[in-house]
Design a protein around this ligand. Structure first.
Ligand SMILES: [Zn+2]
Length: 347
């Protein structure tokens, strides 16, 4: 029997098929076709049921009873109530679990057992009773399969994506959404962003999309330059040292100070940003705060003076002679003074 015939036969007559074909022979046959694809057989449990995805199916007098299935290795760990996540994300965990119970469980007994299980494990995950109840209540407000809801969808004039800050962001979101601006949260400072760095770091000269600083190599000279480029630092520095129109080139020609090469310590990547518009704004911010003497203008973006207070008093953008960030007073308390502070932003 060819595979297509077998498939058609199975689809039309599954029960006949199961009775008539010896299942293990069928399994051996389909597994002999391609060594890279291996089928396995799930034997029915003592109650005659088999798990299928997250549903446990038991055939009872010709009908199928279903309930929620969890693998024996399931840990019942969900987003913890104390996690630094928006309230809506936590309520959504409750809502999703109870909604699944409702659509998967085929009878009242299975549904109430699943409800009891969910209440217990959500409580262990730190969820207060009111949050569990809120998640359940929201099931009624879910859009139907056809996409109809009782409430008309709220129209927004625009949207904004902001970092989530516990205890503040929910109020902020409420105010902005009442004013017609949709607010989305993003997580910052996640464990993943702190710990995972799958790629090897590029050496300084191969870094592209950077905002970089150059300080004159002559000890007695304090001249500095801050720039940005989408190309690698190596290529950019070559431009600076070879083009007569470059501010750096002119400084070296007029003063006779040493011409730097990309490997010198007095050339540093301050930070990187692949979005060109953002990179030019960051460049302009660094130029505004540090006022490097070799720069002939304020950068390709101009930061209005109204931002002076924010940019200059925080201390986050000030660079020392070797283009390391000067820690703000707050950071200084937490950082060892020998720590390389650029490591935080320079990746
Ligand atoms: Zn100089």
């Amino acid at each position: 029997m060819g595979m297509n015939t077998l498939r058609r036969y199975y689809h039309r007559h599954p029960s006949v098929c199961c009775q008539q074909i010896i299942i293990h022979e069928l399994k051996d046959h389909v597994n002999s076709i391609d060594p890279n694809i291996e089928f396995t057989i799930e034997e029915p449990g003592e109650d005659g049921g088999v798990p299928f995805l997250d549903t446990y199916c038991v055939i009872n007098d010709g009908s199928i009873d279903t309930r929620v299935y969890r693998k024996p290795t399931h840990t019942d760990l969900y987003l913890n109530w104390d996690s630094h996540h928006p309230l809506s994300a936590k309520i959504s965990v409750v809502n999703t679990l109870f909604y699944r119970a409702e659509i998967v469980c085929s009878n009242q007994l299975a549904l109430s057992q699943e409800h009891a299980h969910l209440r217990e494990v959500l409580t262990i995950n730190g969820y207060p009773p009111w949050a569990i109840q809120k998640g359940i209540n929201l099931i009624r407000r879910r859009p139907s399969r056809q996409g109809n809801t009782d409430k008309p969808k709220k129209e927004f004039n625009g949207y904004i994506v902001v970092p989530y800050v516990h205890g503040f962001s929910e109020k902020y979101k409420r105010i902005l959404e009442n004013a017609g601006v949709r607010v989305y949260f993003k997580g910052v400072n996640t464990l993943k962003s702190q710990l995972v760095s799958p790629k090897d770091k590029d050496p300084k000269e191969k870094k592209a999309n950077c905002i970089y600083g150059i300080s004159c190599g002559e000890v007695a000279c304090s001249a500095k330059y801050i720039g940005e480029s989408g190309r690698t630092l190596e290529e950019r520095i070559k431009d600076h040292t070879s083009q007569a129109s470059s501010a750096l080139h002119q400084h070296m020609t007029v003063t006779g100070h040493p011409i730097p090469t990309v490997m010198d310590d007095n050339i540093q990547v301050i930070t990187t940003e692949s979005n060109i518009a953002k990179r030019r704004i960051i460049e302009a911010m660094y130029i505004k705060v540090n006022d490097p003497s070799m720069n002939r203008n304020v950068g390709k973006s101009e930061i209005p003076d109204i931002y002076d207070n924010v940019l200059k008093t925080k201390g986050g953008l000030q660079l020392n002679d070797s283009f390391r960030h000067i820690p703000s007073r707050k950071n200084r308390r937490h950082c060892d003074s020998s720590m390389d502070l650029t490591a935080v932003s320079d990746n």
